[in-house]
Design a protein around this ligand. Sequence first.
Ligand SMILES: Cc1cc2nc3c(=O)[nH]c(=O)nc-3n(C[C@H](O)[C@H](O)[C@H](O)COP(=O)(O)OP(=O)(O)OC[C@H]3O[C@@H](n4cnc5c(N)ncnc54)[C@H](O)[C@@H]3O)c2cc1C
Length: 431
Amino acid sequence: MTADLLVAGGGLAGLVFARRAALAGHRVRLFEAEGVFGGQVTRQDVAGVALDAGAESFATRGGDGPGTVLALLGELGFADDIVAPAAGSPAWVQERSDRAFPLPAAGLLGIPTVLDESLLPALGTDGLARARQDATLPPDEGATAKTLGALVRARMGDRVVDALVAPVVRGVHSTTPDALPLDSASPRLREEFRRTGSLAAAITSIRSTSPAGSQVAGVRGGVFRLVDALVADAAAHGAELTTGAPVTAVAEDGIEVDGRRLRGIPVLARPRRAPDPTRRITVVTLVVEAPAWRGAPRGTGVLVGPAAQSVRARALTHLTAKWPWIREALGEREAVRLSYDGSAVADAADVAVRDAETLLGAPVDLLLDHTVRTWDRWGRAGSGDPVLAVGEEVAGTGLAAVVRQAEALATSLTVERASGHPSGERERMEE
Ligand SMILES: Cc1cc2nc3c(=O)[nH]c(=O)nc-3n(C[C@H](O)[C@H](O)[C@H](O)COP(=O)(O)OP(=O)(O)OC[C@H]3O[C@@H](n4cnc5c(N)ncnc54)[C@H](O)[C@@H]3O)c2cc1C
């Protein structure tokens, strides 16, 4: 049996790649090990409502230009279902067990740009005065910083890093600011800082070129809806997609599925290595009766700093406060989702209820339903693999990164095919 392209893995990356390649006229076969497509983009039913179990939003950087999630959603007929998170309610930080404050608006990874008195609860008088020195320090102060932490400490002081940046970096990148390379934090930050000579000015500049409004969006009814639409469209364009079909070997000229060798160009859309145990996370979703949570006491959610020792969660998303469609679907009920480092504990739901009560500062009257799901994560892969690859390992985490890279690879194959070289040599894993 032959096919032009044999895709191993039917998460978002594999599906996006398969659809685009099929649209371009390639013969594509895709094999997904699990019984459902989607990987980390998938649904769960909680209290009778379908919610995202994995990714629930995506970055809107790049607007709706080619290769963006917005463009893909538009092509698949979701333009009217793209939704922004509820306006006017920023996330909060729980710095210590007894100390919470809202994150500054219009910042980047917790770094503030407007250094006014609204920051006093977070920084205190001395911390705010130190942060304001960013405007007057020599422009080369911090210019050689290699990590985000080093740059912010040099420009705005330790308090900004410890109170604001550390909880956000922990929630978004699962690391500390001092271990986060500057270019991974934001590819343009170094360049903009060199140009402007001030950290606040650099961030203001980066933000001004992003689309107005929120930096993330979701899909009414759940981001998981994208999965079925991709599968249907890829199949409509001739791709063959199979679930329950683990790929057991990959060679340069084909793959092995169910003990059968298939010849064609393999495209890896699944991880190649064992998961990184230090990156395992558990997500607990709760649907509760909690009238005291109405009015979004902590905005769209709370990021938990390492010093908040009475809370085991590292972040909470107040789903009914963040997404109006979930509020509509749940009526008077409230939904939150909490993430934890590591595997699920036996009493995960009880722990999550207690954490949610602490983080939202108000009690739960009744737990109506809950789910607990553990996710393995993989770090970024090294270079040198001779096989074409898409997905998180090569693109980095997040739907925006994954979609962009998978679209780019499929498009480059199209170009090469048109020019008589269908092998895709140029897009081998070089990241
Ligand atoms: C809880 C959670 C919340 C998240 N929230 C967000 C968010 O809000 N916004 C955002 O942008 N990103 C979010 N992400 C990250 C985002 O979901 C991922 O970066 C993205 O979905 C990765 O897509 P992928 O196709 O590269 O990998 P995956 O989705 O992991 O897909 C890989 C696929 O390969 C399959 N596979 C594995 N082995 C084999 C084999 N041998 N043969 C065949 N198939 C195989 C797997 O079953 C899987 O379906 C979140 C992730 C998680 C877990």
